[in-house]
Design a binder for this molecule. Structure first.
Ligand SMILES: [Zn+2]
Ligand SMILES: [Zn+2]
Length: 276
């Protein structure tokens, strides 16, 4: 999970923005997204704009509907997509809204949920994940299954035995291979028409954390690029109960996370200023 302390206040306190940019932004509404772009040697950002209004509309819908498949008739709703089932023990989840303009100048509002467990990937009315279904079900899921099976085998072996150690090493090798494979499978697109794999799109320092590209902001922006939509504003909010740490609360807005999103957003937002 992203650090809960990543609020808008902290964002502006990190000091990468020039003073001029900081003063032009309304601090109370400073929950958009941003990232440093190495190519341009500057920060690219997207404000909240009207996305906040559309996010609030989505929250009103959530209050009534209480499920992810909001486009389905109540009789056809899938029990596994109900909030009750998705967020047990009073927990919640991150959601995002991207306000865009299409090439005809019409408003298009995209919605995203940050990635969920149980292979819940594509739900009508929400942007799809970056990783294609083919890659996920054909490559990632089988490897994840092997890791789970190895974990079960490890549990069955006497602690510290040779077979136990061998299985640990085998699991480590499978995990590392999967991580490498996944990093190669992800394609991040930007508004200059470029595409990069995770290793090149990630401009942060240090090890690349797991789950990059699975939050709302990258999913929304990637979808916008691929559908020739110009983003105007982005809003991400937490919905449901409280987060595990208790720091995120239902209905509150948060800026894109610093650990997994910000390092790719510099690349992804590049060229946005030039979209006509
Ligand atoms: Zn994130
Ligand atoms: Zn740039």
């Amino acid at each position: 999970m992203a650090p809960d302390s990543n609020t808008g206040t902290e964002l502006s306190a990190r000091g990468r923005r020039s003073p001029k940019e900081t003063t032009t932004l309304d601090q109370a509404d400073d929950f958009g997204c941003e990232g440093f772009c190495e190519d341009c040697d500057r920060i690219h950002s997207l404000p909240v704009g009207q996305a906040r209004f559309y996010a609030e509309n989505l929250m009103r819908e959530f209050e009534c509907i209480q499920r992810l498949d909001y486009l389905a008739n109540p009789t056809e709703a899938q029990p596994r997509l109900s909030f009750h089932r998705l967020f047990p023990r009073g927990r919640g989840h991150m959601f995002g809204v991207l306000e865009c303009q299409n090439q005809q100048g019409e408003r298009v509002v995209l919605r995203a949920f940050s990635s969920l467990h149980d292979g819940i990937r594509e739900v009508e009315g929400w942007v799809p994940p970056l990783l294609s279904a083919e890659n996920f079900f054909g490559t990632v899921l089988p490897a994840q299954k092997v890791i789970l099976e190895l974990t079960e085998e490890i549990k069955a072996e006497p602690l510290g035995s040779n077979s136990y150690q061998d299985l640990l090493l085998e699991r480590k090798a499978v995990s590392q291979e999967l991580l490498q494979t996944m990093q190669a499978l992800y394609r991040f697109h930007n508004f200059r028409g470029e595409a990069r794999g995770l290793k090149d799109a990630f401009l942060g320092s240090g090890r690349i954390p797991g789950g990059v590209g699975e939050c709302c902001a990258p999913k929304l922006l990637n979808h916008a690029v691929l559908h020739k939509l110009k983003p105007l504003g982005i809003a991400e909010f937490y919905w449901g109960g409280v987060s595990a740490s208790g720091k995120r609360r239902s209905g509150q807005f948060y800026s894109a996370c610093a650990s997994r999103c910000e390092p790719v957003l510099g690349f992804m937002l590049c060229g946005l200023d030039h979209v006509e």
